[in-house]
Design a protein around this ligand. Sequence first.
Ligand code: ACO
Length: 431
Amino acid sequence: MATRQFTLTDNSSGKTSTLEALSPSVGPDVINIAPLAKDHGVYTFDPGFMSTASCESKITYIDGDKGVLLYRGYPVEQLAAKSSFLEVSYLLIYGELPTQTQLEEFTRSIGRHTMINESLLRFYNGFHYDAHPMAQLSAVVASMAGFYHDSLDIYNPRHREIFAHRIIAKMPTISAAAYKHMLGQPFVYPRNDLDYCSNLMSMFFGVPAEPFEIDPIAARALDLLLILHADHEQNASTSTVRLAGSTGTNPYSAISSGVAALWGPSHGGANEAVLQMLEEIGTADAIPKFLARVKDKQDHTKLMGFGHRVYKHFDPRAQIIRETCHQVLANLGRSDNPLFELALRLEEIALKDEYFVSRRLYPNVDFYSGIIYRAIGIPQSMFTVMFAIARTAGWVAHWQEMIADPGMKIGRPRQLYTGATTRNYVDIAAR
Ligand code: ACO
């Protein structure tokens, strides 16, 4: 497998060793540094994983310079145009697109798992009505380990499969319950006669007092957003799921850790923060003043929805979502949308600004997603929850891939210690 070799020389001792580069199916080679500690007694230092591959994976590929995103080899643009979120979930988890029969079976199985235990519903009453739904989501997901003792053997492939179907099926139900708790409305039970996103909308917006009419345009727009957010290789939340899962903990706890990591504004929380930012800017004439704040390092203001660790040219998901924004707003009869106009103008100005050009900062997936969520009635506090519902497919696929690998090791990084060296305890009277 090795195509290139690198020689490392310790200039003080003269000792050399050869490091082999592992070749991926596509993308840059990866130097295997595992022998370093044994051969030289040194570790490597790479805060933020700027140039470190944390694992081997076959699920998703990104070329950040060319703006390429592949799920199991399929370009995300093709999946966005032709597929559905459940089909993409199947693809991510099983590695291949399903046949018609396989998709029907998968959809039926997801349908069988949409309800949640009635005891779980009582958890929400422990939350204040204004608790952030991500807090509720991570807590309720973690608590699910207490309900499914029958299928928690992580080394049993069938148990893993049941977990995968269960969590994908229940995420919309758990999320909708959090939303209803915030509103003080009764919980609406899932409907298995509906597709994944129509059911989600029915649970979010339906009330027992009257029938709920599903808007197919809104349901399709939501499905598209879920496809685009379904996976993104070793991002912060997926790496968190892998790290937590590598300890052998139950998968619900691992996914709950992923939800917590996703919540941060540098990651999934950005979609909520973008709308806050646009509202704060208010009008196009205030853009230059806002960008001046962004460029002032003392101010700690970021242009939310801009920049990405991997994409340095454009984020293909942002392009699809911007285009979808036009279509969805037009189809819903809301073409005259001041926030979308403001976002377009902000993008235009930022992309001509030397600060963003020189740092290769472009709109990411979440610069425009909140505008669609809002247009279809999803409240701002639920934006990151929508992201979590989508990314559950990716988290599950990565967790499965890791656990199924016989060579799995607990994730345990080393450190560059710069604290005190050994010193003797000083009695309190003498300090
Ligand atoms: N606004 C202003 N400046 C920025 C932004 C931004 N959105 N993003 C990066 N920069 C600047 C940094 O300050 C840094 O400047 P410097 O070289 O003068 O110090 C330079 O660009 C490089 O950025 P880093 O922070 O080193 O890039 P990193 O890869 O570590 O961070 C991140 C990527 C976290 C996404 C960052 O771009 C950011 O905070 N963006 C805004 C939040 C956001 O939209 N997050 C969603 C990401 S996509 C997702 O998770 C779904």
